[in-house]
Write a protein that binds this ligand. Structure first.
Ligand code: NAP
Length: 309
């Protein structure tokens, strides 16, 4: 494929930034990749892995002359970085991000970006519980969705360029409003992560009582939760702090439904339990059929050393 971008600046080179770098290299999507991360150790690791053509810890220097800037850092750090890079952005440049929350990112970044720079927020709905530049791999985005949430009035050509970029990385692209994205992701990703963090925390308290039994019998369902609950603490803290309303709304509904299940168990209402479990089994089948999961009980995440990495 011929290069779509002359100079690509990757601000943040963790799991997501490095996966973009691998994908861009594999497909030849950019003539030059400039890699930035705030800590010198991370930049050195990126350089050892050959993720870019130039490396720096300075975000301002990284974006100079870039046609496309992709910010892949924790959501809570986006505003400071937008302020920092704004004066150095080339007129006509496209700025995008990868944050798992969209309304807060738009609120925090957009006001700082100069007129003539196009802002096309994005969320690749793909991830693992691993972090850092060594965790990345090009196939992360293959056959996964990338949701774009361009604010009203965003230049249509810029949106199409970002769409084409993610499609070239192997993703399916959808466009939606930022607030709608946040509601959908609250129930499909954010609340499930919160449940995993919570159940692993509860079991950890119990372990003091049951000694090692929690670990010994983990295959009974708990193991899959521990995998999700190993996800990056900074990233997930920022997701919950920045998608507060949608998460609280979905948690409210979740708690009501849980109370109904609690009642069904208390009063021996087997029909209610069976009816729900039969419905949820069909939902999983639908996800497998949509190609967003394999039948393996691993939440669709590739394992270390698997061919997909
Ligand atoms: P990661 O592997 O932990 O990498 C984080 C990157 O951000 C590193 O380059 C780190 O720099 C930099 N960073 C951390 N704190 C910073 C700060 N305060 N200011 C500036 N830079 C900072 O994270 P990731 O998994 O790639 O996630 C990046 C973004 O993608 C997040 O917004 C997340 O919500 C989103 N996302 C993640 C996933 C997932 O499953 N992980 C999926 C989709 C979207 P140093 O190493 O130099 O400190």
């Amino acid at each position: 494929m011929s290069a779509m971008v002359d100079r690509l600046a990757l601000i943040g080179i963790g799991l997501i930034g490095s996966s973009i770098a691998h994908g861009v290299r594999e497909c030849g999507l950019a003539k030059e990749i400039v890699v930035q991360s705030r800590r010198a150790e991370t930049v050195a690791t990126a350089e050892r892995l050959g993720l870019g053509d130039r490396y720096t810890t300075d975000a301002t220097e990284a974006v100079e002359g870039a046609d496309l800037v992709i910010v892949s850092i924790p959501v809570g750090a986006c505003e400071a970085v937008a302020k920092e890079i704004a004066p150095a952005l080339k007129p006509g440049a496209i700025v995008s991000d990868c944050g798992s929350v969209k309304s807060a990112v738009v609120r925090q970044m957009q006001p700082h970006l100069p007129a003539g720079v196009h802002f096309v927020p994005a969320h690749p709905v793909a991830g693992t519980e691993h972090s850092g530049p060594e965790a990345g791999f090009a196939a992360l985005f293959h056959q996964r969705f990338c949701i774009l949430t361009p604010p009203q009035g965003t230049d249509a050509t810029a949106v199409e360029q970002v769409r084409a970029f993610w499609q070239a990385l192997g993703s399916y692209v959808e466009i939606m409003r930022a607030d709608h994205h946040d509601m959908v992701l609250a129930i499909t990703s954010h609340v499930p992560h919160l449940i995993a963090y919570n159940i692993v925390g509860t079991a950890a308290h119990l372990e003091a009582v049951t000694e090692s039994e929690v670990m010994k019998f983990a295959a009974g369902g708990f193991r899959d939760f521990t995998r999700i609950a190993a996800s990056d603490p900074t990233m997930w803290r920022d997701v919950f702090l920045n998608n507060k309303e949608a998460v609280l709304e979905m948690l409210g509904r979740f708690t009501e439904d849980l109370t109904a299940l609690q009642r069904a168990i208390r009063f021996g209402d087997g029909d209610a339990l069976f009816e729900l479990f039969a419905r949820t089994r069909a939902i999983r089948q639908g996800i497998i059929e949509a190609g967003q999961e394999t039948a393996a009980p691993d939440f669709g995440r590739p394992h270390d050393g698997e061919a997909e990495r």
